[in-house]
Write a protein that binds this ligand. Sequence first.
Ligand code: C2O
Ligand code: CU
Ligand code: CU
Length: 545
Amino acid sequence: MNFTRVLTLSAVLAALLPVSSMASSHFTGNPLQIPPTINGGTLTIRQQALSIWPGFTSNNLVTVNGGIPGPTLRLSRGQNFTATVANQLSEPFIMHWHGILSPGGQADGHPANAVGAGQSYSVSFPVWQQAGTYWYHAHTDMLTGKQAYMGAAGMFIVDDPAEAALGLPSGDHDLPLLLADKRPTATKQLTYAPTMMEVMSGYFGTEILANGTPAAYHVVDQGLYRLRLINASNARIFKIGLSSGAAFQLIANDAGLLDAPITLSQFWLPPGSRAEIVVNFATVPVGGNVALRSLTFPATGMVMPGAPAQGTQMDAVKFYVERAATGSGTVPAMLRHNMPPPESASQRTRNFVLDAAPMVMGQPMEHWINGKVFNAAAVEFTVNSGEVETWSVQNVSDEGHPFHVHGVHFRVLQRVGAAAVPAEDTGWKDTVLVNAGETVRLLVRFDLAEGEYVLHCHNLEHEDSGMMMSFAVRPTAQPVIQTQSSTVVISWPQAVSTYTLETSSTMAPASWLPVSGSPTLAAGLWQHSAPVTSGRAFFRLSSER
Ligand code: C2O
Ligand code: CU
Ligand code: CU
């Protein structure tokens, strides 16, 4: 059975090899690597040397299954994701599945749950969220910047039938691109040693690696290509555009498809964020080329003369257009009906203030959220699963902060002071750029989350220097409600012993008040009787497990 497939494959390779070696003469750079695709299994994290730049060996990289990036995880919605993370480093490690709505704690990559050198751990959970481009990367307390910079990252793609039915460009016209800037030495070594100033600004590279390929090129036809872009840089904000200035269609942001495509020619992609664009190469003549790049923009905050800085123009991938269009991909006028909750569904507002701590001579640089550095052991607040909250994120520092939340997707309600929400902030998000001096308001829906998570700045130097906070999502226990003449009896399992029982006479908005009295225990159930007043009454039971 497999034998036939092997024979077919070798026949195809034999036919293709002479063509590509002949044609490669007028290409400059290195062919874009496409990582292998898997759907789980063991991810081995190891320190090793690889040849990334032709003719050089780069030492001490942190590889996932032997590569930087690691293999691409690709699963269908509803499929169970099962993986073992084997830490073969000589330091702690934990992996985070960025944008994936996993259970909290170790399954999510909470820094408090990292495993020591030589140890392994396993995760297993169903992937329930909508199709989209997600990713994974190191998430070890105070080592995230180093481990991710040295390579510990990969892509995590979720498919679903609704998306597949749209007929978007697929197969070799669907290109996942994990983009990260690096700063190689003359002998192409990667070293991670941010100075105090670089802890302030972030650690910038001098060139972009696309799927681990420096100066990447890729041969395309004049058709439509779906490019799934991930900004996996430690600190570099990308302003994505094409070297030709041509427009393209933005079809998805962090957590999957937008309602409808948006035509534009440049947009912001901060570290941690994803965007999917469809590029039509028909505007480039056969034999021509066009580069996907990060455009130049003025840097804010600390700029060290001579050091790599924010806002430098850099190419990510150069596309050589070599033949007429093939493939049948289209971009429908409507993509998905996302149905966000209305702002009126929000049950409370929380405020987050992002700041750089005042510099103290001889002390390491710190970044704060609400005046505190990260404490992996402290859960700073708890929210109830199923609820919607408004988060106001205020940046009082002079650097931009890509604000990221684990375990949830959110909507950007407003950039305070801006007329409208820009294209890259529409749809479902998990990371949003909050520029210096700005306040951004988010509508956060906690639906699949349960356990302990973190929120943080995705500038990894800021994250590692304290701009992170732990929070918990407690499951809302499923109570049974019975009406008995003039009382309602609410019952729930005995195991749920730490709880809050509340009542409201209205919903959306609700005004929850504690139910007075205390429950009795009978036949393995807690039972709480509440008098029925007039009209309707809603009850809510929140618990800690
Ligand atoms: Cu991609 Cu906690 O981050
Ligand atoms: Cu994340
Ligand atoms: Cu930051």
